[in-house]
Write a protein that binds this ligand. Structure first.
Ligand SMILES: NC(=O)c1ccc[n+]([C@@H]2O[C@H](COP(=O)([O-])OP(=O)(O)OC[C@H]3O[C@@H](n4cnc5c(N)ncnc54)[C@H](OP(=O)(O)O)[C@@H]3O)[C@@H](O)[C@H]2O)c1
Length: 331
């Protein structure tokens, strides 16, 4: 099968299209013919190990100290069709159209992948794909959709609350806006000027161009602040919360966590920073919202598998609106 092999930690050129052995499912696994996958900001960070130093060390211990282990394939999200099932698999059959995430082992930027039917504690898992979505659209749901859902639930989002989402125009944020509206919140979305119309079209009640206005200095306050990109001042962000408000951090640096925890400890406010985990139940919840017309994945561009390195280059420009998909076969 064709796959994008991750040969080194570095720029997009380290990704090479190669022919590798097609995997065969174990008894508890399904073999998926991948029709579409994605390139996320997280994939680019992973490829280049552009992480805070402590995280980069952990990643090296996991993926390979000096370079990724032989035959490593990047990619988390996927949508496709089940081509074979192991003898113990109960929930799926050959021909099912599914969407989901590869989990900690990655490997979705390829023509085939084997995944356990039940991923257990590992983030990942697949479910039947939303009926009306293309494979490219369906592939964009699991990561951004589940991460946004995870943090909004952690913030205990409720109808009538005011939420601000910083970095709202990317994978997590575009789902975050729509989910927050679904939960009945009033949404302020912050991103760069070129993305503001899209943010309004997704339901944002108010938008802020971060290059023109700093939301932590404009005097407005919120019940929830969802800091997706980790680029605003945490201490001032906490001061922009209403009494008992919650500050959610999807992408915190060590110093930000320390500052945030210190500022929150001296107030009635709460700060939550953690790694999101996503369950199969969440995928089903998101599918139902998609099928009810309440959630639409935003696809900016689609690239064929062989142009995955180009897709990484585009994602790294920061211009991406929503998601970038990779079409593999039959998408
Ligand atoms: N905690 C977790 O479990 C978890 C899980 C997954 C991902 N993450 C991390 O969360 C981060 C966001 O993920 P994503 O996939 O949503 O990224 P993304 O698709 O790249 O979206 C980020 C958005 O933020 C905007 N932005 C950049 N600088 C900004 C600033 N100073 N103020 C406001 N907006 C700004 C970008 O637009 P412009 O470039 O046009 O400004 C872009 O639209 C990534 O770093 C990812 O690794 C965390």
């Amino acid at each position: 099968m064709r796959a994008i092999i991750w040969t080194k930690y570095g720029p997009p050129d380290v990704l090479e299209l190669r022919d590798v052995e097609k995997p065969a499912p174990k008894d508890d696994q399904i073999l998926i013919r991948i029709c579409a996958t994605t390139v996320t900001a997280g994939d680019c960070e992973m490829r280049s190990l552009k992480f805070p130093i402590y995280l980069s060390l952990i990643m090296r211990l996991w993926r390979g100290l000096l370079k990724p282990k032989e035959g490593s394939i990047l990619g988390t999200e996927l949508a496709g069709e089940i081509e074979a099932v192991g003898k113990d698999v109960k929930r799926f059959k050959v021909g099912d159209q599914v969407f989901g995430a590869a989990g900690m082992n990655l490997g979705a930027n390829a023509e085939y992948i084997c995944l356990p039917e039940d991923p257990g504690e590992m983030e990942g898992g697949v479910a039947i794909k939303p009926a009306d979505l293309s494979y490219a659209e369906a592939a964009a749901v699991p990561f951004g959709g589940r991460d946004a859902l995870h943090f909004l639930r952690k913030g205990n989002i409720r109808s009538g609350q005011k939420i601000l989402i910083n970095g709202a125009g990317g994978s997590i944020g575009t789902f975050g806006i729509q989910l927050a509206k679904h939960f009945g919140a009033e949404v302020t979305a912050v991103d760069s000027a070129a993305k503001l119309d899209m943010l309004r079209s997704l339901g944002a009640d108010h938008v802020i161009d971060y290059t023109q206005q700093d939301f932590t200095r404009n005097g407005q306050t919120y019940d929830l602040i969802f800091e997706v990109v980790g680029k605003s001042s945490v201490s001032r962000g906490i001061r922009s919360l209403n009494r008992n408000g919650t500050y959610l951090m999807a992408n915190p640096r060590l110093l930000q966590m320390a500052r945030g925890a210190w500022a929150a400890a001296r107030s009635s406010k709460k700060i939550i920073f953690q790694t999101a985990n996503g369950t199969i139940k969440d995928l089903i919840f998101l599918r139902e919202l998609v099928e009810a017309g309440k959630l639409t994945p935003v696809i900016d561009r689609c690239y064929p598998l062989e142009q995955t390195a180009q897709a990484h280059r585009y994602v790294e420009t920061g211009e991406k609106k929503g998601n970038v998909a990779i079409t593999v076969s039959g998408a």
